[in-house]
Design a protein around this ligand. Structure first.
Ligand code: FAD
Length: 291
């Protein structure tokens, strides 16, 4: 099923997982998926080489999510370190695995891996995918603006180009201040971007995660968030519970404000996903409930 069809019927809940490191057997991911599938998400997306590397575990994991667990799968596909031929080969592999949904990305630029220079922006990948198969194409978006963009206006202009190239759905970068998301939602509407946007929520449950997010995603940390994290950073259990509570409070507010869906960055941790989902399960609505 193409995941963009879901938004007509309901507010969605999706999860993101990453493949195990190459030193760990790929099968270890199935313990994570066992736990996550019990929470009945609308789809699970699987990252690809985040940090700039390439790996080929993504398609196999998506295949299992879809055919073994019966949950719709989204394969991430970053293009910066791939040639056109390599992308076409990935698309052929996805097609034969029955994968229908692709998150088309430029990819993180890793200073240690020179880009192949055949793709410069995700919109070029979106066009190639559109011309080579019947996939539902999803794009990434940035409520605080992409860190490399000279301005929010420029970033929105390029986001509109990406959507016009063939994206039918967007998933946002993580954020900690919902007001940033609401302001972004208004700006996308003004820019004529009219596809559903899932809000990316990352439960922060340890100090290392915060540092990584600030360097990699450039996420702004609101004062309220910093106060909580500073208070509990040396108490792992309290820090975990505070991170879960913060994510729950963000999701409650987002759902009350009629967002299209929640995309939970699970960090492959079903325990945390379960705590969050059980706290908000009754708040998700089908579209007929709102009528
Ligand atoms: P683009 O849409 O190409 O945008 C990148 C920058 O280029 C922006 O500043 C944009 O404004 C600018 N731009 C776009 N078009 C033009 C143009 N024509 N001219 C000038 N400037 C332009 N990375 C991975 O490696 N693997 C993953 O699995 C992964 N999963 C992700 C999942 C989500 C939900 C998100 C939000 C990000 C993910 N990333 C992943 C990170 C992503 O690859 C990086 O954020 C990357 O820096 C940008 O990717 P993009 O697809 O948004 O790029």
């Amino acid at each position: 099923m193409k995941t963009n069809q879901l938004f007509k019927k309901k507010t969605t809940l999706s999860f993101e997982v990453f493949p195990p490191k190459s030193t760990t057997p790929v099968e270890s991911i199935y313990q994570t998926i066992d736990g996550l599938s019990a929470l009945e998400p609308d789809f699970i997306s699987v990252t690809y080489g985040a940090g700039g590397g390439t790996n080929n575990a993504t398609i196999g994991i998506c295949d299992a999510i879809k055919h073994k667990y019966g949950i719709e799968a989204v394969a991430h596909l970053p293009c910066i370190n791939l040639t056109r031929e390599e992308v076409l080969s990935e698309l052929a592999e996805m097609k034969s695995a029955g994968i229908e949904n692709i998150l088309a990305l430029r990819g993180d630029i890793n200073p240690n891996i020179p880009p192949k220079n055949e793709f410069h922006y995700a919109s070029e990948l979106v066009e190639l995918i559109r011309e080579n198969g019947d996939f539902n194409i999803i794009g990434a978006c940035y409520p605080e603006g992409h860190p490399e963009a000279p301005s929010m206006v420029e970033d929105l202009r390029h986001l509109k180009e990406k959507v016009d190239a063939g994206c039918s759905q967007l998933i946002s970068q993580l954020f900690f201040d919902n007001e940033d998301f609401y302001a972004f939602r208004e700006k996308t509407a003004i820019a004529g971007i009219d596809v559903p946007i899932e809000a990316g929520i990352m439960p922060v449950t340890n100090r290392r995660q915060i540092e990584r997010m600030v360097t990699l995603c450039h996420a702004k940390l609101p004062k309220k968030f910093i106060t909580i994290m500073e208070k509990y950073e040396h108490d792992p259990i309290a820090m975990r519970d505070a991170g879960i509570a913060y994510a729950v409070s963000q999701i409650v507010d987002l759902l009350a404000n009629d967002i299209d869906g929640i995309h939970l960055y699970t960090m492959n941790n079903p325990y945390i996903a379960e705590k969050i989902c059980s706290a908000v399960a009754s708040l998700f609505r089908s579209k007929s409930d709102n009528a």
